[in-house]
Design a protein around this ligand. Structure first.
Ligand code: AMP
Length: 131
């Protein structure tokens, strides 16, 4: 069975899409730690990030390098933090989270509750700031 992220990539489940290329897909995390919290996923379904082959791993990191500045321009923050957990969804992904302090990357914190219009506005803002 396809992972929830594969279903998002295929368009079977809605998402607040940020960008995609041949091998990677970016969309807003639905339970964000901060406004602009974005997930980057390889289209190929591999559970563990560090099992990706070198080429795809590199593509995903380069994709992060493209998306992070757009988030940073959209959401007031000090910088963009990057995290890998994968404890919930067995499809490799990177979290990009706007941060101001170390506590902003604490995934045990309660997540933000945003409404659809807030998610849509954030996604549109980030997309508009992509180079
Ligand atoms: P983890 O696997 O521990 O890195 O966590 C998976 C992340 O995926 C969590 O932060 C979830 O909020 C997020 N997530 C799960 N389902 C969706 C979805 N349908 N759309 C956006 N984000 C999701």
């Amino acid at each position: 069975m396809d992972s929830i992220f594969t279903r998002i990539i295929k368009g079977e489940i809605p998402s607040y899409k940020i960008a995609e290329n041949d091998c990677c897909f970016a969309f807003l995390d639905i339970n964000p730690l901060a406004k602009g919290h974005t997930l980057l996923v390889p289209k190929k379904e591999v559970d563990y990030l560090f099992d990706l082959d070198n080429a795809l791993y590199t593509e995903l990191m380069l994709f992060a390098k493209k998306i992070a500045p757009a988030i940073e321009k959209t959401v007031p923050c000090e910088r963009i933090g990057m995290a890998v957990l994968g404890l919930e969804v067995p499809h490799a992904h990177i979290h990009l989270v706007p941060i101001r302090s170390i506590a902003d990357l604490d995934f045990s914190k309660p997540k933000l509750k945003l409404c659809e219009s807030e998610f849509s506005a954030l996604a549109a803002g980030i997309r508009a700031n992509l180079d």
